[in-house]
Write a protein that binds this ligand. Sequence first.
Ligand code: TPP
Ligand code: MG
Length: 577
Amino acid sequence: MTKSIPSVAQLIACALKRHGVEVIFGQSLPSAVILAAEAIGIRQIAYRQENMGGAMADGYARVSGRVSVVAAQNGPAATLLVPPLAEALKASIPIVALVQEVERHQVDKNAFQELDHIALFASCAKWTRRLSGADRVEDYVDAAFIAAASGRPGPAVLLLPADLLREAATASAVARTASYGKFPLDRSRPAQADIETVARLIAAARHPVVMAGGGALSQDAPAALARLQDIAALPVFTTNMGKGAVNERHPLSCGVLGALVGPASLGRHSRTLLAEADLIVQIGTRNNQNGTDNWRLVPPTARLVQIDIDPQEIGRNYEAIRLVGDAAETIGALTETLCAMDLSSRAQARSALESRIAEAWRRFEAARALLTRHNTSPIRPERVMAELQTLLTPDTIVVADASYSSMWIVGQLRGLAPGMRFLTPRGLAGLGWGLPLAIGAKVAKPTAQVVALVGDGGFAHSWAELETMVRMGITLTVVVLNNGVLGYQKDAETVKFGTYTTACHFAPVDHVAIARACGSIGTRVETPAEILPALRDALQGERATLVEITTDSDAHPAISLFDGTLDPAVVPEREFV
Ligand SMILES: Cc1ncc(C[n+]2csc(CCOP(=O)(O)OP(=O)(O)O)c2C)c(N)n1
Ligand SMILES: [Mg+2]
């Protein structure tokens, strides 16, 4: 900052720095802010399109544990921020969006690209405010960070009138010094009496089970959950969004349970454990449609405990005993309290439980073996996942686009450590998120290997960001499953209508050529034997690489919608008797 009185834009940049902001996902605008930020060492990751910039900010926040910042012009650019902020709202990811506003004296005069931003962001942000004057800069920047990072994290939008940014800032009477850049901002926990009630229920339950959602991936929560899982011998399922919250090789981990309950799924064999539960402890999950297979998984006979930072999420779909608090704090308090109790019945139950869970995994492996070892072309995605699994380490960050890519990742890969990251856009399941989420993740953790799995339809939303990836030196692997169709769309229409619309088949697209045109490495895989070497070279290479794999357009994940429709009906077994 210069010695003279700083401008409002410069003071904003300094406030961002105070909150630990190191990068802004932007495209020059609001120019005064970006120039001031770059001048003090904040890096701009310049996106090609605002949708994608917002999704990059999302991936950055998920991996860094920090509030991320995206910036955009007023009007059309602002409207393109709606989809990523909507995803972040539903997925509880803190993003501060700095959006330029028309000059104050031009408001309501049909100024160029003038739009009612307060109304625009009403449905997709926790907080939207317009900076009110040069004397309130730090108040408003701090309020935006507090809104994003406190309670249930989510997006906050700060509107910045272009003329105000050029004004000299008025010094605050008392300078602000606090940093609100990490989330969760506050570590609240329930009253001890409530913790004790739930601990007693767990110790006395015959079949207690944990369902861990995306909230179980919040800071320190995976480590806390790993301890609870071991000390109380609790089987743990995760939702799609919670994947990675536990080590899926732990003998008490039951993998992901959601809509993947069809033939050759793990859920088909593991779900009886949930069906038989007399106590279910849910951590940070919304009980949404996909996470509960159309609200069919949670048995009405079980008592439910919900741990959630958002008091309104508890009891939304099922009556539940309420534990309002930060996931790590609450799980930790529960574990400490349980340690002082008699856990002998839990200890006694452990080995039988572990055998049942191992049997579920064994049956799953047997059922999918033909697919994971599938050896002809076109390639089965299950084979791709099996090859990718051999290259994963606990530090690999696996990212998926919406549609089947998310299902291949959550249903076919096995997490290797508590807190291993599998990023899926399951807030709203919008197409196009794979590449930008991966870019954000890699910027947040440059030392990690990052691999994004995308379908050809979803990837078409984001091709342009290949150039961003190359220009910014972001080295990651994009795996395009090219099945030539809007796979899920076509299959869902076939099930529901017996036919599908003319949108579902694409003309051939050469993704390798697109990658090379943008300066990245492009590799084509057409036979199963080529998969492993191509993935290994991409993951270990020092340049961004796109691997295009020609996959079977008839392949679909084992979701319940296809059970008995596209897939032959299989009579549900009673696995665990
Ligand atoms: C932004 C957005 N538009 C439309 C949809 C509806 N949709 C869900 S899955 C799907 C097909 C995706 O095809 P592709 O990305 O090729 O993946 P595949 O299922 O073929 O693996 C569509 C159109 C959506 N989820 N998000
Ligand atoms: Mg496709």
